[in-house]
Design a protein around this ligand. Structure first.
Ligand SMILES: [Zn+2]
Length: 413
């Protein structure tokens, strides 16, 4: 999450606050303040009661921040960049640059947050226990904080993505099956199911159904909202995993087309321009061959650098780029590598070579999206593919470069 204002940094990690955070601070201040008001106003005075309400809200977020720092610092110890910690409506999010490399390391990052929260529960609980005076403001505050951190610990350990418990479940399934994708699938499904239960139960609370059924109250609309947030996130995880899994099954030969033409390397530049460039049937790429061997790729832009008067005498050989100089892949090259090559080298298409070093095909971004659509049984119209081919970019919202990179990391394990 990159939203919100940057308010500083901790251990080199930018700290951001989303506007929705202020809403929750106000809400917690009001509800805790009103409760303190009702119970302790006589002993504390109204001002202190409201002040303690605000202190509760701020310390809640300090607890959330320390929880996220727990995840972040363990990730940093593993050499993973932490992009930011953001405090928002539902708590906090630490954005880490990449997934840990092994299930063991993923487990450590996931469990670090709840471990911090549980430690805070023990520390605040102990301070509350040792603070003198039964209803003294500080003692009430510390006891309250202990409770908040226990809830944070237990809530985050619920075993469904995107919660920490889901990450823990993912690492366990990953360890057991050896497949990170399986781990994500299990944890996302579990998150989805638990999210729906939370929505149903939260709504049942709100409309008095749970009390009528004799079920405990678990938080009403608030829990329903959190359930909705979890369901949305779990769906994103599932979609991303579907995409990654499909990408990992595609090889260059599945995506390549024969949208290229082979011309005689001994052809004059004039003839090439007349017959091919000006004829209205221009191919996206030209390769030149002579004596049954590929001589290179025709550098159509290079043609402009040569004097028109020389076009009659010079042949295509003078504007060829050798196949060893242009970026090429093999028919067996995974498509995730092709996607990364196109992006890294800023290419519009790439040449696919056969084992005999002949040109087997070419791949552009449109071909990649078409192959992906076929693999996922999605109908993608020819108009869209044509548009991608013309623009040379993926449709907005389809961050194939990033997805390919994360898929390649999955494959590396
Ligand atoms: Zn966490």
């Amino acid at each position: 999450m990159q939203s919100g204002w940057r308010v500083g940094s901790l251990f080199g990690i930018p700290l951001r606050i989303d506007p929705s955070w202020f809403f929750v601070v106000a809400l917690v201040t009001l509800s805790a303040g009103a409760e303190f008001q009702a119970n302790y106003a006589q002993e504390w005075g109204a001002q202190t009661a409201w002040g303690m309400g605000l202190a509760t809200a701020l310390l809640l977020f300090l607890s959330v921040l320390l929880h996220e720092l727990g995840h972040s610092l363990v990730a940093k110890l593993q050499g993973i960049q932490v992009q930011s910690i953001t405090l928002f409506f539902f708590g906090g999010i630490a954005a880490i640059e990449q997934e840990p490399k092994t299930p063991g390391k993923a487990f450590q990052v996931a469990i670090a947050g709840p471990a911090v929260s549980f430690s805070l529960f023990l520390i605040f609980g102990l301070i509350g226990f040792l603070t003198p005076g039964v209803d003294a403001p500080l003692r009430v505050l510390f006891t309250r904080l202990a409770g908040i951190n226990l809830v944070l610990t237990l809530f985050n350990l619920i075993p469904g993505l995107p919660l920490d418990g889901g990450q823990v479940l993912k690492s366990i399934v990953w360890k057991a099956t050896g497949s990170q994708i399986q781990g994500i699938r299990w944890a996302a499904s579990s998150g989805r199911m638990l999210g729906f239960i939370a929505i149903a139960w939260g709504l049942a609370d709100t409309f008095g159904v749970s009390s009528a059924l004799g079920l405990p109250y678990i938080g009403g609309l608030w829990i329903a909202l959190i359930g909705w947030f979890v369901v949305q996130n779990a769906a994103t995880y599932s979609r991303l995993t579907d995409l990654q899994e499909a990408l990992l099954k595609i090889k260059s030969e599945d995506a390549m087309t024969r949208e290229f033409r082979v011309v005689d390397a001994n052809m004059t530049l004039r003839r090439f321009a007349d017959d091919h460039l000006l004829s209205g049937t221009r191919a996206p790429v030209y390769y030149a061959a002579s004596n049954g061997r590929y001589r290179g790729m025709v550098d159509v832009d290079g043609l402009q650098l040569i004097e028109r008067s020389e076009w009659e005498t010079k042949t295509l050989s003078s504007i060829l780029k050798s196949l060893s100089d242009v970026p090429t892949v093999q028919e067996s090259t995974p498509i995730v590598e092709v996607i990364q090559l196109l992006d890294d080298k800023n290419l519009s298409q790439i040449t696919v070579l056969s084992p005999a070093e002949a040109v087997a095909g070419v791949i552009d971004r449109g071909d990649i999206v078409r192959a992906l659509g076929q693999k996922m049984n999605l109908r993608i119209s020819d108009t869209i593919i044509k548009q991608i081919k013309e623009d040379g970019t993926y449709p907005p919202g389809l961050k194939l470069g990033t997805i390919a990179q994360s898929a390649a990391e999955l494959r590396a394990k």
